[in-house]
Design a protein around this ligand. Structure first.
Ligand code: C5P
Length: 398
């Protein structure tokens, strides 16, 4: 579980800091890589030398250490980890985190990180029970900060009660749990995928060449990050992913009904290639040649625009609505206009002119268009596009 994981360990200034030496040893035994950061106060309790020796790596201490900034800036340091662990999380560090202060290296890293944060609080029982700490605890929990402990027991200051830092074994278990829960755990996400089939008569229909592979990859990536995914799919050629709630539909109108039924959701991704038109006069019987030599005339009616409908919902609109734009020319300009017209937050635009082989192929070259502009991604597999999108979504919701 911990093997190969990178942990940024911020050691706060409390007597429990000595337990971090044991924690570092345990992390390393489990195969994790530990990058330690010491606050100034922590240096009063453990020596930088013993921490660095046990971690087997350089430790970081000062925000304004120019050598470190040249080697690895604090932003990069905060992101080059899979998880940030704060142990012991003192009352002071927790207050800084809750207030969003960034006056030293530890607090700056905590503000700059895009990773999950696990804290192991440790402090005197009165400080733990103080209304200010209670408020900060609630704020941090609301911000999605995970925590382990404190335990109740005899404290170094002679008092008894909650405030003892969790034992290294407990922090190890909480670390493993935090690393296994994906960045989208607890999020409800709706994904549409595949083509739609619009019937002409009981045996014929109008369709398009969408295989459903990009939508399927997106649903798989989101579920892999722990999201609860409802996957509304038209008749795709690729099978739906594991671990999602699959709703199979045929037509655009059925897709809209399934989408509406799946709301509310935190995010909606509309990857389906929905037919713009349906045959208005669908025949209940198979159309036959009547011997006159005249072809049948089909009347068309416009299908509901599912993406626009959800984007423009007055109530219950998902926080993030993402559409696709399959274009054959002037991709960014058309997709930017489409984003405004539909009212969605992001558009993933791609060039589907036949020469690109994107329709039904395994690769995709997309440009992400949002309110802040266009971001072009290099050519990658549809799975890679999906993983990158899942990561972007997690960042946007964080
Ligand atoms: O307008 P256009 O079909 O190019 O827009 C593409 C985007 O709109 C895709 O995200 C697609 O899933 C969505 N769409 C929809 N309902 C429609 C047509 C398109 O949700 N009827």
């Amino acid at each position: 579980m911990l093997a190969g994981k990178r942990i940024l360990l911020i050691i706060g200034g409390g007597i429990a800091a000595y337990k971090c030496l044991e924690l570092i040893r345990r992390y390393r035994e489990a195969g994790a890589q530990v990058t330690p950061v010491l606050t100034k106060a922590a240096e009063q309790f453990v020596t930088p030398l013993s921490v660095a020796a046990l971690a087997g790596r350089k430790l970081y201490r000062d925000l304004f250490d120019l050598t470190d900034e040249a080697e690895m800036g604090h932003i990069q340091l905060s992101r080059a980890a899979d998880l940030v662990v704060v142990a012991p999380a003192t009352a002071d560090l927790m207050a800084k985190m809750a207030a969003g202060l960034a006056g030293d290296l530890a607090s700056t890293l905590l503000m700059a990180t895009d990773k999950r944060v696990l804290i192991a609080p440790a402090m005197n029982v009165r400080m733990w029970q103080h209304p200010a700490t209670r408020r900060n605890r609630a704020t941090l929990a609301g911000d999605g900060i995970l925590s382990v402990g404190p335990n109740e027991g005899e404290m170094a200051c002679g008092e008894y009660g909650p405030g003892r830092m969790a034992e290294p074994a407990e922090i190890l278990a909480a670390t493993a749990a935090a690393l296994s829960a994906g960045a989208l755990a607890g999020r409800r996400i709706l994904v549409t995928s595949g083509p739609t089939h619009e019937p002409i008569d009981p045996v014929r229909y109008i369709a398009n060449r969408s295989s459903g592979s990009q939508g399927t990859a997106i649903a798989r990536a989101l579920a892999g990050q722990g999201a609860e995914v409802t996957f509304v799919t038209g008749p795709a050629t690729v099978p739906p992913p594991e671990g999602v709630h699959v709703v199979k539909v045929e037509t655009a109108r059925e897709m809209l009904a399934a989408v509406t039924a799946a709301l509310p959701a935190d995010v909606a991704v509309f990857a389906a290639a929905v037919a713009d038109w349906r045959v208005a006069t669908e025949s209940g019987r198979k159309l036959k040649k009547d011997g006159s030599g005249r072809p049948p005339v089909l009347d068309f009616a416009e299908n509901p625009d599912i993406l626009a409908t959800v984007s423009q919902m007055a109530q219950g609109r998902p926080r993030l609505v993402i559409g696709f734009a399959a274009e054959t020319d002037d991709v960014v300009a058309h997709a930017t206009a489409k984003r405004a017209r539909k009212g969605c937050d992001w558009i993933l635009a791609n060039d589907v002119s036949p020469a690109t082989g994107i329709m039904g192929g395994s690769h995709n070259t997309v440009t992400l268009i949002s309110a802040t502009g266009a971001e072009s991604w290099p050519e990658m597999t549809k799975d890679q596009v999906a993983n990158r999108l899942a990561q972007k979504i997690a960042e946007a919701l964080a």
